[in-house]
Ligand binder design. Structure first.
Ligand code: HEC
Length: 143
């Protein structure tokens, strides 16, 4: 801004001042706009990053479930033991209404169900458990 004022004073004598003033304004507007866009971009990318990570986790949890659990627990049910479903009511009844408890079962199994630690991979137990837990809270109506 100080530069702009200097230019105005300098060119007042030459009669070109209006033109110079407009040019300077245009220039600072351009700089301002590009800074604004860069800042917007930075804010947007820092906000959207965790959202993308979140939905990736969800997708991964779902695909792990489809691959390793849905054979017996289709739609959160249980084709072998009718009372041992992944629905909220059964999970609460069996004190498994918490993703950590579900993750443990995913890893080591329970009763006649064997554990899936080997195939779920690093952190896969927690991902699939989180997904099951959110499905249970939505009564398994989203897929
Ligand atoms: C081969 C069939 C089969 C597969 C595959 C299977 N389960 Fe199970 N699941 C069972 C059976 C049977 C039970 C009941 C076990 C018992 O209590 O004797 C059970 C019980 C559970 C329970 C306890 C439910 C309750 O209401 O008490 C959870 C949680 C669970 N399974 C999670 C999983 C997860 C997570 C996967 C995938 C990683 C999985 N299961 C894969 C057969 C299976």
């Amino acid at each position: 801004m100080r530069n702009v004022l200097k230019y105005i004073l300098f060119f007042q004598l030459s009669g070109n001042r209006v033109l110079i003033l407009i040019q300077n304004l245009r220039l600072s507007l351009k700089v301002f706009l590009s800074l604004f866009i860069v800042i917007l971009f930075l804010i947007f990318s820092s906000i959207s990053q965790p959202v993308i990570a979140l939905s990736n986790d969800k997708l991964e949890g779902e695909s792990l479930f489809i691959e390793h659990c849905s054979g017996c627990h289709v739609n959160g049910g249980n084709i072998i033991r009718r009372g041992k479903t992944l629905k909220l009511k059964a999970l609460k009844r069996n004190s498994l209404d918490d993703p950590k408890a579900i993750a443990k079962i995913a890893r080591v199994g329970i009763g006649s169900m064997s554990g899936y630690e080997d195939v779920l991979g690093e952190g896969g137990d927690q991902l699939v458990a989180n997904w099951i837990w959110s499905q249970a809270q939505n009564a398994w109506i989203h897929g």
